[in-house]
Design a protein around this ligand. Structure first.
Ligand code: NAP
Ligand code: SF4
Length: 674
């Protein structure tokens, strides 16, 4: 019997079947804005089909110009556009998977002038106030959904997913919060769900019986004035009766003030809301959000929460997720660490999606994975993300790599990141790197820092310096006072700060350290604590599934003040999809934030600084330096002085705002080019 019998079981839908229970969830990638978009999209989805995803859902296409995400966003309402879709569906079918196109009308989330909605209430996350749809226009929109579904069928898709969650138009109709209409589409529950049901019925009529219709339901709205659990279950039953074959689940709206998929959300935290849908219907239900391992996915199916699992980000991270599961090699999966840095954060800032742990995602046509024409002997110095990524990719192409790491263990800065509670997904990244290095039999020299002379004498064809970064030590008086410590001292547990703390620097690491010190990171330890902190009603009795208390954490463990020199609000440059979570938690813990500071000195009294021209004293027990990084290049400089052929990657190359995303991308591209 296979290790994951439920995940690997085919699903028979009568007129068609899926080869397993893995669904690649829909994700807006903006790939259509890059060069060679058709080829790119076909390669992106085709690669996931080669990795044996049972069913692939495309990013959303609007059924009419009012429903697009933004100017130029995906839209399918004209048969003239079908060539691009046929390229996608052919690539997926050739590899043995099924594919459904998502149809999404964004309603009041559309970033376009004159966006439309059931009522005129503006969304918190969109500056544009919507125009109210007339009753006739609602019926026209229903016909537009049906027309687009029919085109999808002509384009070779096996089905469509009707997007009824995340706060998009259909969801705006179902929730009283955004639907104050007085016609047949507003008021009573029956009227509010009419739009959703009429869309399903019209689509079914347009596409016939032998075409998959998936309806994505909002299993819990997580907005005040959303639906309660009873209404969600009743809607699910009616969706089944209206003709859907499968129900997918969505969690929260884009404007919810509860994190739904970032790393602090415990794995499979939303099972209670998905089970509510599953218990209501007889058709298959798909679980989604924070499922990133085969073990966790199998457990959800085994416990009867759902029949299939949706993974969008995990299949960005590893297109072979399903295939590796079938082969019984879960340890080889490049796990999504729920950082959102290269996918959602880039999408929310008008860029295209890729993946921090897999730079090939969405860039399949840019990477040639041909074996090297001339295998080389390569020394890599530094076993952090850049060094490991280079070593793996170069070895995969046939180069003979020796990887040197001065510390006793591989990982570099990842070993610090994983110590921050709530960031333990970084352990998965390390596990993946180490498993690959071992499988490729890369010669690993741990606890070994070669000198420039040894490297030059070693006769290597290439020397790659990935020696990373060292913390920046600012130059103010008293920086060597015993009160002062680095973030490395704190996160590694070498030093324990006192009860009153000042943090110098408010980048990603400053925020991480602040959370660590106030004890706010513990909520990811258990779903129960997470729900309490974020005021989620797991009984689903309240509208939108939110409790009135608004969130209850434990009293902060320390009194923390964060400072920066820039005169802008702290945390402004953090990731769009995660920065607000960090800021909300620190606000709740009473963390004070000071911008525009000049550091004068540290002494027995504490931190002396100037703010707005006034000298001030912060009476603290500890001052923690989170003042960014500087490149560690001494080895590189020595090698250059000896005239060696040497290349820099990662933080050793550019330390400013260093992150693993840039380090891995740069190292991978270099390895593929050599
Ligand atoms: P960073 O983001 O570059 O922030 C460095 C901080 O130090 C800034 O607040 C800067 O503010 C301050 N600073 C710079 N030079 C200084 C000096 N000479 N004296 C005093 N203060 C100084 O670096 P980081 O916080 O070390 O983070 C490194 C990278 O890790 C980030 O770019 C991020 O991508 C990644 N990361 C991200 C997250 C996340 O998004 N959740 C978490 C952890 C790490 P002023 O110049 O205004 O004083
Ligand atoms: Fe997952 Fe981060 Fe990759 Fe997004 S960028 S798919 S969250 S690992």
């Amino acid at each position: 019997m296979p290790a994951f019998p439920r995940l690997l079981a085919p699903l028979d839908l009568g007129f068609t079947s899926l080869r397993n229970r893995f669904v690649m969830g829909a994700m807006h990638t903006r790939l259509e804005t890059l060069d060679r978009p058709n080829e790119r999209l076909a390669a992106f989805y085709g690669r996931r089909a080669q990795g044996e995803a049972g069913l692939i859902l495309t990013g959303g296409y609007a059924p009419n110009p009012d429903g697009i995400f933004e100017p130029g966003g995906p839209l399918l309402c004209d048969a003239g556009q079908l060539a691009e879709h046929r390229a996608i569906t052919a690539a997926v079918h050739q590899a043995g998977s099924k594919i459904a196109m998502q149809i999404v009308h964004t309603g009041r989330y559309a970033k376009i002038e004159g966006c439309v909605a059931p009522s005129g209430k503006r969304a918190r996350i969109n500056p544009v106030t919507p125009r109210v749809l007339g009753t006739d226009e609602v019926w026209t929109t229903i016909r537009d959904f049906a027309h687009t579904a029919m085109l999808a069928r002509e384009g070779g898709y096996d089905g469509v997913e009707i997007m009824g969650s995340e706060g998009y138009l259909i969801n705006q109709f179902t929730a009283p919060f955004t639907n104050q209409r007085t016609d047949e589409f507003g008021g009573s529950f029956e009227n509010r769900i009419r739009f959703a049901l009429e869309v399903i019925k019209a689509v079914r009529q347009a596409v016939g019986a032998d075409f998959i219709i998936i309806y994505r339901i909002s299993a819990v709205d997580l907005v005040d004035g959303g639906m309660n659990g009873e209404e969600v279950a009743a809607l699910a039953r009616r969706v089944e009766q209206a003709g859907a074959n499968i129900i997918n689940t969505g969690i929260g709206w884009h404007e919810s003030v509860v994190p739904t998929m970032a790393a602090p959300v415990p794995r499979a935290a939303w099972a209670f809301a998905i089970r509510n849908v599953k218990n209501a219907v007889g058709i298959p239900v798909i679980a989604s959000n924070r499922i990133n391992t085969p073990e966790g996915a199998e457990a959800l199916l085994e416990s009867g929460v759902a029949d299939m699992v949706s993974m969008a980000r995990p299949m960005l991270a590893d297109p072979d997720f399903a295939r590796k599961t079938r082969l019984g090699r879960p340890q080889d999966i490049n796990t999504c660490i729920a950082c959102n840095q290269a996918c959602l954060d880039r999408i929310f800032t008008e860029r295209t999606a890729t993946c921090l742990v897999n730079p090939r995602a969405g860039r399949e046509i840019e990477f040639s994975d041909q074996p090297a024409s001339q295998p080389k002997r390569i020394a890599v110095v530094g076993g952090g993300p850049a060094g490991m990524a280079f070593a793996i990719n170069a070895s995969e192409r046939g180069h003979k790599v020796t990887l040197f790491e001065a510390a006793a263990a591989l990982g570099g800065q990842l070993n610090l990141a994983k110590l921050v509670p709530g960031k333990n997904e970084f352990n998965e990244m390390l596990r993946y790197f180490k498993t690959r290095l071992a499988a490729l039999q890369v010669d690993q020299r741990l606890g070994h820092a070669p000198t420039a002379a040894q490297l030059v004498d070693g006769g290597y064809d290439e020397i790659i310096v990935a020696t990373g970064v060292r913390p920046r030590i600012p130059g103010f008086p008293g920086v060597d006072h015993p009160k002062v410590m680095s973030y490395i001292d704190v996160l590694s547990g070498r030093k324990r700060p006192g009860p009153r703390v000042a943090i110098i620097g408010a980048g990603g690491i400053g925020f991480d350290v602040a959370e660590f010190l106030v004890g706010e990171r513990k909520e990811s330890e258990s779903p129960e604590r997470f729900m309490q902190v974020w005021a989620v009603d797991t009984s689903l009795a309240t509208p939108g599934g939110l409790l009135a208390h608004g969130g209850q954490g434990e009293p902060p463990a320390r009194e923390v003040t964060m400072l920066q020199r820039k005169d802008e609000s702290l945390g402004k440059r953090l990731g769009k999809s995660t920065g607000w979570i960090l800021k909300a938690k620190l606000k709740r813990a009473g963390v004070r934030m000071v911008q525009g500071a000049t550091y004068d000195a540290v002494d027995e009294q504490g931190l002396h600084f100037t703010e707005g021209g006034q000298r001030k004293l912060l009476a603290v027990d500890s001052v923690i330096l989170c003042a960014g990084q500087e490149s560690e290049r001494s080895l590189y400089d020595e090698l250059m002085a000896r005239g060696a052929k040497v290349r820099l990657v990662g933080g050793a190359d550019v330390a400013a705002e260093l992150d693993a995303l840039r380090a891995i991308d740069q190292a991978t591209r270099l390895a593929v080019a050599l």
